[in-house]
Design a protein. Structure first.
Length: 194
């Protein structure tokens, strides 16, 4: 309870004074991405931190690009890509999309980026091979950001997919959007990097 009150006081002070203290930087995260971010109960998952939810249902790469220069100095958590899964289908477009994706992240001006892999899916109208394409896209992105000190790449894809190449249904509500158990996996994984 004391931590939550301290977090709220820090957020209020930062808003009122424009404060950008080291404490504020370590305790504040802005989450940006698609519906998986938008539906995340951040206050419940990260009660000891100050969080801002910038998620938008249906968002893709253009949404991240719209934040160019708008997240300067912030620590951000990003998960998007599932709505652009057709851009991952062919190797050439996948590579170009991965480069565009990383460029969009860089353009935000964020001080540090916690980047989740795109999750596997089992939605009713997914085309065959969708998860293979997502896995290959994740590998492209990882190659582009590997070794960077300003981006932590959070590997979660394999945690959501069984040995039979099917998603763990208990982590999803509908094969695309996450259940509370799915969010618990994401939360615990992010805390390893904080």
């Amino acid at each position: 309870m004391k931590i939550r009150i301290l977090s709220l006081l820090l957020a209020a002070a930062a808003l009122l004074t424009g404060c950008d203290s080291e404490l504020d930087k370590r305790t504040t995260l802005s989450f940006i991405g698609d519906s998986i971010i938008a539906r995340w109960d951040l206050q419940d998952s990260f009660s000891s931190l100050i969080t801002y939810n910038l998620g938008q249902s249906g968002a893709g790469i253009s949404y991240i690009e719209s934040y160019a220069g708008r997240l300067g100095g912030r620590n951000i958590v990003v998960m998007t890509g599932t709505n652009d899964n057709t851009l991952m289908a062919a190797p050439d477009s996948r590579r170009a999309y991965a480069e565009r994706y990383v460029a969009a992240l860089e353009a935000t001006g964020a001080a540090h980026i916690y980047l989740y892999e795109v999750l596997p899916r089992g939605f009713h109208n997914d085309r065959p091979g969708t998860n293979d394409d997502i896995r290959a896209f994740n590998a492209e992105v990882r190659r582009l950001v590997d070794g960077r000190s300003d981006i932590d790449y959070i590997d979660v894809y394999s945690l959501f997919l069984g040995d039979d190449a099917k998603i763990y249904s208990e982590y999803y509500n509908d094969g695309l959007h996450l259940s509370p158990q799915g969010y618990e996996v994401l939360t615990s994984r992010l805390f390893r990097f904080l």
